[in-house]
Write a protein that binds this ligand. Structure first.
Ligand code: ATP
Length: 236
């Protein structure tokens, strides 16, 4: 079976900073996979290379077998990304933003409208469909960013710290929604600082530290060994 993500010896240098230093990782298709690590470990850089926002300095990165640089479009089309920092068109009603994105990916207008309604309902902000992004609350913005990631019905959903600083209700809603997506076959890659979140959701987790993958294990195994306290929280 083709892996959803296959990365080997991935390297990225920004000036003097070695953000990724030979990271290797395989994320099986259909899995719910956690990527953990302290601040500055390289998690966002890893994701940004997969989606083509950052060019790698060395190594290999494939998404469903497509090289993220030479087969950029195929790799990118398979991914829905809910990033940590949002960069959303602020001046249009959010439903239109979703329809534009669907159109950009070649989805016909009628279908784009249906999909936009559907994803807005699923994330619980359908009643805000004619509101512009700027005017949403912080929690609604998070919900919208997830809707935007889902509009293309991606095979791989990447969530960069989706529950950082959100209230209990939203956290529960997000957990339910992404668990349901995973049950229906979507591969999930989630970065988080919360081992409890990984334990609740993930089949397997990798720990990234100083740009390398230092552990791949089940979250329960990590907790039993106390690895969370030693490694993940080390530099927080
Ligand atoms: P966090 O948990 O704090 O979000 P992270 O694991 O996502 O951290 P990255 O954001 O990938 O880590 O950062 C890895 C390292 O690369 C850090 O030292 C960071 O300062 C550096 N870095 C990231 N982006 C850039 C950039 N555009 N230019 C220079 N250095 C960068």
């Amino acid at each position: 079976m083709t892996a959803a993500i296959e990365v080997s010896d991935l390297r990225k240098r920004y000036g003097d900073v070695q953000a990724l230093d030979g990271a290797s990782l395989t994320v099986p298709e259909g899995s719910f996979f956690g990527l953990l690590g302290p601040n500055g470990a390289g998690k966002t850089t890893f994701i940004n290379i997969l989606v083509g926002l950052v060019r790698k300095s060395g190594g290999e990165a494939r998404v469903f077998g497509h090289d993220v640089e030479t087969d950029y479009q195929e790799a990118r089309d398979a991914i829905g990304l809910a990033p940590q920092e949002f960069n959303v068109d602020r001046f249009f009603p959010i439903k239109e933003v979703l329809e534009h994105k669907a159109g950009y990916h070649g989805i016909p207008a009628d279908e784009a409208r249906e999909r936009a309604d559907d994803v807005l309902r699923r994330v619980g902000i359908y009643e805000k469909r004619n509101t512009r992004f700027d005017w949403l609350s912080g929690g609604m913005k998070r919900r919208f960013v997830l809707a935007r990631a889902l509009i293309t019905e991606p095979d791989l959903l990447i969530l960069d710290e989706p529950t950082a600083g959100v209230d209990v209700q939203l956290r529960r809603d997000l957990w339910n929604l992404i668990t349901e997506l995973n049950d229906n076959g979507t591969t999930i890659l989630l970065t988080t600082h919360y081992i409890e979140e990984a334990e609740r959701l993930c089949d397997e987790v990798a720990i990234l530290d100083s740009g390398s993958v230092v552990e791949v294990a089940s979250p329960e195994d990590l907790m039993d060994r106390g690895v969370d306290k030693i490694t993940i929280s080390f530099r927080e």
